[in-house]
Design a protein around this ligand. Structure first.
Ligand code: GLN
Length: 483
């Protein structure tokens, strides 16, 4: 049963082949047996899950239908869940039980999805390897010595290991697409504003966006359908109608114009990945797509701009964790300053502290113009590059990451080398565009992803292209040995 996709689960439940309760209990047993190897969950909510599954079965018995009704999922542990610990992978929030549900959580629950628990993640979503979690690193099911990517690494590892058919993630600079690539999944970062951020603990508010991680594009369509939509509680949510993503997966790719930016194949890209990306391009050409070489001339400035803007916003967002209102408080503070200082020093791990320092520095008087304002100008140039490109092409294609998953610990002493792994993903966040990563093959037994980017609100186009590709390739069907 654990091999079933969301689409197959929906059919199985509708045909009464099994109940949501049976499926939920099977997956919970599988998690208990296998997750000790992976560490993909921070909190399991077994009782709640069985309760939700029974409720979903009762709704089906009453004639209700729906692709998510009774479907087991997991939530990245930065989506607030009423009465359940929501840690954000941090000691700071180890004792925090959310007093309300994030919009994503309540929408999916209303659609009948069954949440099995909260998945591990990089602390405050800062990272590309899931090594900065207070709860320990997550292992990649394809090779337990390697990272699963981050920051949604727990969601990715759990889905890749068939502990869950799908899970939520968030993507600030690549944290859905990059772990999807490194674990052989399909992951979609929606247009900024497509999915509500209400109740999603903020890292960098102008970049953060929630989205689905699953094995297939078809399943991403199902999960995104349950997540997307206008939310008056989130002032950056956009009031645009949500199309029926599942109904639009079968459009023909005849004449689809795919732009391939030369900057995506620069020095630094593993040549074995470049070869797999070219193979996937050929596959899409066979389906009728037309390839056009393009350029995104300001792409080389994306990493420096992102690593000013994201820490700047983080330093502001994380100022709320002061030992008074939320989370960790130090023992016996001498005075208020001591309370702030020690609570924050004890509650935040080294990567989070580094980002707060960088961000506060970039925003300080005298440096604001030199760093923050400059970075914002680059952001605009990058957006303009995309707008120019999308005048000529329907989709942009390239690698998701320059390298396959690295060994746990390999980049610990050099944070910049980890930041460089985001080179192909962060441009979409800076511009607010939707992006998808899907399986494209393997290098030394480790998965590789191909990335597709589309104009604003064209998530349906990404899913359509990915689904057609997956009907003609089988990379996405491979599962890791031992899982
Ligand atoms: N790796 C990037 C960072 O550390 C992106 C993380 C994310 O998308 N949440 O900021």
């Amino acid at each position: 049963m654990h091999q079933l996709t969301l689409a197959e689960i929906a059919r199985g439940l509708a045909d009464k082949k099994f109940s949501s309760e049976e499926l939920t209990k099977t997956l919970l047993a599988r998690i208990a047996q296998l997750d000790p190897q992976l560490n993909s969950f921070i909190t399991l909510t077994e009782d709640l899950a069985v309760e939700q599954a029974k409720a979903a079965d009762a709704r089906r018995a009453n004639g209700e239908t729906g692709a998510l009704l009774g479907a087991p999922i997991g939530h990245k542990d930065l989506f607030c869940t009423l009465g359940v610990r929501t840690s954000c992978g941090s000691r700071m929030l180890d004792n925090f039980k959310a007093p309300y549900d994030a919009t994503v959580v309540s929408k999916l629950a209303a659609a009948g999805a069954v949440s099995l628990g909260k998945t591990n993640m990089d602390e405050f979503a800062m990272g590309s390897a899931n090594e900065s979690s207070y709860y320990g690193p997550v292992k990649n099911p394809w090779n337990l010595d390697h990272v699963p990517g981050g920051s949604s690494g727990g969601s990715a590892a759990a889905v890749a290991a068939r502990l869950l058919p799908a899970a939520t993630g968030t993507d600030t600079g690549g944290s859905i697409r990059q772990p999807a690539a490194l674990t052989n999944l399909t992951g979609l970062k929606p247009t900024y504003g497509r999915v509500s951020r209400w109740g999603m603990i903020a890292y960098a508010s102008s970049l953060d966006q929630g989205g689905p991680l699953a094995r297939t594009a078809e399943d991403c369509a199902i999960l995104l359908q349950g997540m997307a939509g206008f939310d008056p509680q989130d002032s950056t949510s956009i009031d645009e109608p949500v199309p029926d993503y599942s109904a639009n997966l079968n459009g023909s790719l005849q004449g689809l114009r795919i732009g391939v930016p030369k900057e995506f194949f620069s020095e630094g890209l593993d040549p074995r990945i470049a070869e797999l990306i070219h193979t996937s391009i050929k596959e899409l050409e066979k389906l009728g797509a037309v390839i056009k070489p393009i350029s995104l001339p300001n792409m080389q400035h994306a990493i420096p701009a992102y690593y000013v803007i994201a820490p700047a916003e983080a330093s502001s967002n994380l100022s709320r964790f002061d030992g008074v209102r939320f989370g960790h408080r130090c023992e016996d503070p001498k005075d208020l300053t001591d309370l702030y200082k020690r609570s924050r020093a004890e509650g935040f791990g080294p990567e989070v502290q580094r980002r707060i320092l960088v961000g506060a520095y970039a925003l300080s008087a005298g440096y604001y113009d030199a760093y923050y304002l400059q970075a914002q100008k680059i952001r605009r140039l990058i957006k303009n590059d995309f707008m120019t490109a999308f005048n000529e092409v329907d989709i942009i294609l390239g690698p998701t990451t320059p390298n396959p998953a690295w060994k746990i610990g390999a980049k610990n002493s050099d944070p910049v080398s980890a930041y460089l792994e985001d080179v192909y993903t962060i441009t979409a966040n800076l511009a607010g565009l939707p992006g998808l990563s899907m399986p494209a093959g393997f290098v030394e037994g480790l998965p590789v992803g191909v990335q597709l980017l589309a104009p604003y609100f064209q998530e349906g186009r990404l899913l359509n292209v990915a689904h057609q590709y997956q009907l003609n390739t089988d990379w996405h069907t491979r599962s890791p040995a031992g899982f």
